[in-house]
Design a protein around this ligand. Structure first.
Ligand code: ADP
Ligand code: MG
Length: 495
């Protein structure tokens, strides 16, 4: 072939390749309808083999450009997983193996080995199964009753160790907080977990997601399912939960995010720790609380919020985050009576080096009933990150009021009510709220009876200092946390 002919052939090939990149690819996908999937433009075909429970598990599917950004999909970790992304139709049509195939030995020798093998292999398998069964039993008991075994932070982590059969959720979460990036499990591990969850029952519905209880390796998990329409909210919430160093006892423990294409639509999952008491709203509707429980709830919510608001400087630091939708339905109650802050779908992060705020790309604003006066009348200074934190503190004051009303000290308790229940209709408009909160400057009632005991007196004072009309006058989350922990320790000493 002449050089000009070679050149034009090359150009045509490049043109065809580019055309294909812009129109998406067809890839092998054993879990899809007709065993074929189609990527969006600029996607890739994905081929992977991973060692799970000592066995090679292969996966082949389509990758969206978004998934390709997640570093895990197209990168391998030696001897544990092999992942390839390729860019032509059906280029993932081959079965990958982790170890190179072993050269065949001489036939005589293999014959000689056959008889002992027939006996040895099943007995070994039986032993391994027994040992694994034992380990699994011990492990699940240990996870349930004694907490997670500590993983040596010096030890390198890989996907294989993360997914080994004896790992329970606490171990996985502990591993990921002490090693790795400090921001969450590798994406492929997240996907593997999500795809082995069995959904059990629907437990809640919020603005975007329907929340389910699911089982993973016998443990309960919560799965928030978004429709593909709400992809941006799903992505945003997953992104916030994976903020470096966000993990905290009083912030909902994130486990995994996964987007699963079932052929006709995409299901978007957020997997988190499951809390059987459900939301603080449900809990307070059901139960009254003792002074101790009230203190524990209030202190844990304040601690979660203080951690969210705090900027930690350094390479493993964390940006300051404001929640923007704090309310009793977005707080969950743990088995031990402490609370965790959940639903971070509306949160904003502060980049202190550029003093910028990464406003999320969805249009959600907070819940009208809990909106601070400056949010209601739109006088909030959105260029100053402190403003968002101060608006959270206002909502925190309202949540404290909901808890304190249910405190059953000396027969005081009242029925559960939402803040402003007596002043606005059940689904108040911005105008309804503005009239009460900004114009009439009303706040929830703090009854005189709360003067009777120290905890309720302090709680009442804290609320007032959280819901001042002037945002700059409000307490910080750290101040609230310190006041409450001092009060708890004084009570402990007195007891
Ligand atoms: P949305 O963004 O749609 O408001 P949320 O994350 O607030 O969704 O969850 C909605 C409801 O589902 C909560 O109010 C709570 O009742 C329930 N829920 C959410 N996550 C959990 C969980 N991890 N454990 C138990 N219940 C949960
Ligand atoms: Mg919610």
């Amino acid at each position: 072939m002449t050089p000009p002919a070679q050149l034009s052939l090359l150009a045509a090939w490049i043109f065809l390749w580019l055309l294909q990149r812009n129109t998406g690819l067809k890839c092998v996908c054993p879990l899809c309808d007709g065993d074929v999937c189609e990527t969006p433009a600029d996607g890739a075909c994905w081929n992977s083999v991973m060692l799970i429970d000592g066995r090679e598990k292969t996966a082949r599917s389509c990758l969206s450009p978004l998934e390709m950004k997640g570093q895990v999909f197209c990168h391998s970790s030696p001897s544990v997983s092999l992942r390839e992304c390729c860019f032509s139709d059906f280029c993932n049509n081959q079965t990958l193996h982790l170890q190179p195939e072993r050269p065949l030995g001489d036939p005589d020798r293999s014959n000689r080995l056959q008889l002992p093998l027939v006996i040895a292999v099943p007995s070994c398998l039986l032993c391994v199964a027994l040992v694994l069964g034992g380990v699994f039993l011990v492990q699940s008991q240990r996870c349930l009753y004694f907490g997670a075994q500590k993983h040596d932070p010096e030890e390198a982590l890989d996907d294989h160790m993360l997914m080994s059969a004896d790992k329970c959720l606490k171990d996985l979460i502990y591993d990921m907080s002490t090693s790795g990036s400090g921001s969450g499990l590798p994406l492929l591990v997240q996907r593997t977990i999500a795809r082995t969850i069995v959904l059990q029952e629907s437990i809640g519905k919020g603005r975007f997601g329907e929340v389910w209880r699911g089982k993973w390796r016998g443990e309960d998990v919560a799965v928030k399912i978004f429709s593909s329409r709400d992809e941006r909210s799903w992505f945003r919430e997953a992104e916030i939960y994976q903020t470096i160093m966000l993990r905290h006892d009083n912030i909902l423990g994130f486990i995994a995010a996964d987007n699963k294409d079932n052929g006709s639509w995409t299901q978007l999952w957020l997997v988190s720790e499951y809390h059987e008491h459900g939301s603080l709203f449900d809990y307070l509707n059901r139960y009254t609380v003792s002074v101790e429980s009230m203190m524990l709830l209030a202190l844990s919510i304040a601690s979660g919020l203080a951690h969210l608001h705090m900027e930690i400087i350094g390479t493993q630091g964390k940006p300051a985050i404001a929640h923007r939708d704090l309310k009793s339905k977005n707080v969950l109650v743990k088995k031990n009576g402490a609370a965790v802050i959940a639903d971070l779908g509306l949160a904003v992060k502060h980049d202190s080096s550029s003093n910028s705020i990464d406003i999320p790309s969805n249009h959600r604003v907070g819940t009208k009933r809990y909106m601070a006066p400056e949010v209601l009348d739109e006088t909030i200074n959105a260029n100053n990150f402190e403003s968002f934190k101060r608006a959270d503190i206002y909502s925190l004051g309202l949540v404290f009021w909901e808890v304190a009303r249910r405190c059953s000290d000396r027969g005081l308790q009242e029925d559960f009510q939402l803040p402003y229940y007596d002043l606005v209709p059940s689904d108040p408009s911005i105008e309804d709220m503005k009239k009460v909160v900004c114009e009439q400057k009303l706040r929830p009632n703090i009854p005189n009876q709360w003067q009777c005991c120290e905890a309720l007196r302090v709680a009442g004072k804290l609320m007032r200092e959280c819901w001042y009309a002037n945002p700059a006058a409000r307490l910080t989350a750290l101040r609230v946390k310190k006041t409450l922990s001092q009060l708890s320790s004084i009570r402990d000493v007195k007891d």
